[in-house]
Design a protein around this ligand. Structure first.
Ligand code: MN
Length: 338
C-alpha cells in the first residue's frame, strides 16, 4: 500500500509499505478514505514542529471505513464509517486522571509521534475511532477533527451565552473556534490580514470582522464592546505580538486562550492580568470533544463543507503541498483522497 512519509525535515516521499494487520484483540483495521492537510502537518514536513519524530507518516485528520475488528472489540463493526481520534495516552498520570488525556505525560499523537493517516490502511485501538452517521459523506466527516480543536478552544475559554469572543486569525482553526463559540451563544469578532478570509468568516456567521493591518484593533474592539473589550480572546495566529495584544484587549474577568507552539517570549506585564483578573489558558489538541462534535455533525448543526477548497488523490500530495505554500490565501482546507 501507499503511504506519505516525511523521511526527514524537508523530504516527503510516497513510499510502498506492507498493509498492517490486527495484532491485538482490541484493535481495528481501517481503510483510510480521506485525510485533511493541517498547518501542523506542514510544520512536521518543514522540521518546525517541536514535538514530531522522524521518519513519520503524517496526517491526523482522518476518516475511513472499518474493514476488520479484533476479537475483543465492543462498539465498532466492519462497515462502520469512523473518524480517528488521534491521541494515545497512558491513563494513569495526573493529566489522564484529571480527564485531560490530551496533555498526558506519555502522550502520543498519530501523525506526529506515531504513523498517521496518510496511508491506505491503519490499525489502531478501538478507542481511537468513533463511529459517524452513515449519511455523512467523507468530505464532511474529515472536518470533524479540526472542529474538536475549535471546541476545545471554546471550552478552555469558558465561552458563555452573551459573551463577546474575539478570534484572532481566520484560518481553519480560527473558523472552527468561531463556529463553536457561536453554538455556545457568543457574539464573535474575527480578525485576519486577508480580506478574502475575513469575507468568508462573515459568511460563516462572524458578527464583526477586523483587518489587523488596516484597522487599529484595540480601538475597534473597544468601540464594538462599549469600552469593555472582548470577554474571551482566542489567539489562533500565535505570534509573540498577538499574545501581547490578547492580554491587552481582553475584558475584566475575561479569558485568553493560546494555541501556539512558539517558544519566543512575549512581553506581558503582570498588571493587566492581575488588575483585570484574567484567566490565561493553553488549549492543545482536545479532551473528550469527539462525541459532542460528532453529534453536531450527525444532526446537521455543523455543515462546513465549504471549508474544503481543494481535493487531491494521494499520488498528488506534492501538488497539494505546493498549492498550500504558494496560494495561502486561496486555500482553506485541502483534502487527500485514497
Ligand atoms: Mn489538525
Amino acid at each position: 500500500m501507499k503511504a506519505v512519509q516525511v523521511v526527514r525535515p524537508g523530504e516527503l516521499r510516497i513510499v510502498e509499505r506492507q498493509e498492517p494487520a490486527i495484532q491485538h484483540g482490541g484493535e481495528v483495521l481501517m481503510k483510510v478514505r480521506m485525510a485533511g492537510i493541517c498547518g501542523s502537518d506542514m510544520h512536521i514536513y518543514h522540521g518546525t514542529s517541536p514535538v514530531a519524530t522522524y521518519p513519520r507518516v503524517i496526517g491526523h485528520e482522518v476518516v475511513g471505513e472499518i474493514i476488520e475488528v479484533g476479537s475483543e472489540t465492543e462498539r465498532i463493526r466492519p462497515g462502520d464509517k469512523v473518524v480517528l481520534e488521534p491521541i494515545q495516552s497512558c491513563g494513569v498520570c495526573y493529566a489522564c486522571r484529571a480527564g485531560r488525556r490530551n496533555v498526558c505525560e506519555q502522550l502520543q499523537v498519530y501523525g506526529v509521534h506515531l504513523d498517521g493517516g496518510y496511508q491506505e490502511y491503519m490499525v489502531v485501538p478501538e478507542r481511537n475511532v468513533h463511529k459517524i452517521a452513515d449519511h455523512l459523506d467523507w468530505q464532511t466527516g474529515v472536518l470533524i477533527e479540526p472542529f474538536t480543536i475549535g471546541a476545545q478552544a471554546a471550552w478552555r475559554g469558558d465561552v458563555r451565552p452573551g459573551d463577546v469572543v474575539f478570534i484572532m486569525g481566520a484560518g481553519p482553526i480560527g473558523l472552527c473556534a468561531l463556529h463553536m463559540s457561536k453554538i455556545r451563544g457568543a457574539t464573535c469578532i474575527v480578525s485576519d490580514i486577508s480580506d478574502a478570509k475575513l469575507a468568508y468568516a462573515a459568511e460563516l456567521g462572524a458578527d464583526y470582522t477586523l483587518h489587523a493591518r488596516k484597522e487599529n484593533i484595540r480601538t475597534a474592539l473597544l468601540q464594538f464592546t462599549g469600552g469593555l473589550g472582548p470577554n474571551v480572546t482566542i489567539d489562533a495566529v500565535c505570534t509573540e505580538q498577538t499574545f501581547e495584544e490578547a492580554v491587552d484587549v481582553t475584558s475584566v474577568a475575561g479569558r485568553v486562550v493560546v494555541l501556539g507552539f512558539g517558544d519566543s517570549p512575549s512581553r506581558i506585564p503582570q498588571l493587566p492580568i492581575t488588575k483585570k483578573e484574567l484567566t490565561v489558558v493553553g488549549s492543545r489538541l482536545q479532551s473528550n470533544q469527539f462525541g459532542y462534535v460528532i453529534d453536531l455533525f450527525n444532526q446537521g448543526v455543523l455543515q462546513p463543507q465549504s471549508f474544503i477548497t481543494h481535493r487531491y488523490p494521494i499520488d498528488e500530495v506534492h501538488r497539494a503541498i505546493q498549492l498550500i505554500e504558494t496560494h495561502p490565501n486561496e486555500v482553506r482546507k485541502v483534502i487527500l483522497e485514497f
